[in-house]
Design a protein around this ligand. Structure first.
Ligand SMILES: [Cu+2]
Length: 271
């Protein structure tokens, strides 16, 4: 009983942590808090369509098994039936699953369509996967590249988010459509932020695109989600979502801070 209460307490408190921290926590059940409308749709689809259907099917099948076990065992039913066909039941067990699949397919296709259709974007970011870090470019704002390496354990801030924090975070404005171009320099990687419902493969020699529009400020965490080598778990993704004013300030800072060496040389040479 004590253990049960303890477990319930952990589950309850972890749910509250989730709301605050935009990260997964020990004993968490379910998804992180959604930060985009798309992720909210995904969670609703899961919680109000998939989960009830799965639960109902499991309970129905379990109930039938238990009923058969007691009603038709050899003691209560010594002479077995020789029935081989029942047209009504056969039609039902074909038609009902078809209806359920249609009920699942309609909202599922809608979510897929929304995630694949990039609206008019306010800003474009290009993410490149490397063994084993991510680099980012903001092509709308000139020629600079940001490398985001994982922080080692001794460098972590408090609370210590092991395997999640990077030395530089990419910054995006809140409530703006961000178009993300994703590619890789070496092997397959995958750019993922669970709270955004974004997971897109980074493929060498090809550019994939996706998008997100975050509706709350904060720092969001993700990890490379394609097995890419021995340090696959050491290339986390941080996105800092700020107001438009803060973003404008940061982009001015970033242009100087992360300017590439070549362009600095060109600038110096032209002076
Ligand atoms: Cu990777």
């Amino acid at each position: 009983m004590k253990i049960l209460l303890k477990t319930l307490l952990i589950l309850f408190t972890s749910a509250t942590f989730t709301l605050a921290d935009n990260i997964s926590v020990d004993w968490q059940l379910g998804f992180q808090e959604p930060a985009t409308d798309l992720m909210a749709d995904v969670i609703n689809f899961h919680s109000y369509i998939l989960l009830p259907i799965i639960t109902a099917i499991s309970i129905l099948v379990l109930g039938l098994l238990i009923y058969i076990y007691f009603r038709f065992n050899s003691v209560r039913n010594p002479v077995a039936s020789t029935t081989t066909h029942n047209t009504v039941i056969e039609i039902l067990w074909t038609v009902i699953p078809v209806i359920l699949l249609i009920i699942i397919a309609i909202p599922s296709f809608r979510i897929l369509y929304v995630s694949e259709t990039i609206p008019d974007s306010d800003i474009t970011i290009k993410a490149t996967g490397h063994q084993w870090y991510w680099s980012y470019e903001y092509p709308d704002y000139g020629d600079f590249t940001i490398d985001a390496n994982m922080l080692s354990e001794s460098e972590l801030s408090d609370p210590k988010l092991r395997l999640l924090e990077t030395d530089t975070q990419i910054v995006v404005p809140v409530n703006k459509v961000v178009k993300l171009l994703i590619t890789s320099e070496d092997v397959l990687h995958s750019w993922t932020i669970p709270a955004f419902a974004v997971k897109m493969d980074a493929v060498p020699g090809r550019i994939n695109d996706t998008w997100f529009k975050v509706n709350k400020e904060g720092i969001y965490y993700g990890q490379c989600s394609e097995l890419c080598g021995p340090r696959h778990s050491f290339m986390p993704i941080n996105v800092k979502v700020v107001s438009q004013e803060e973003f404008d300030e940061w982009i001015e800072f970033a242009k100087e801070e992360y300017a590439s060496i070549e362009s600095t040389q060109i600038r110096l040479a032209s002076k």
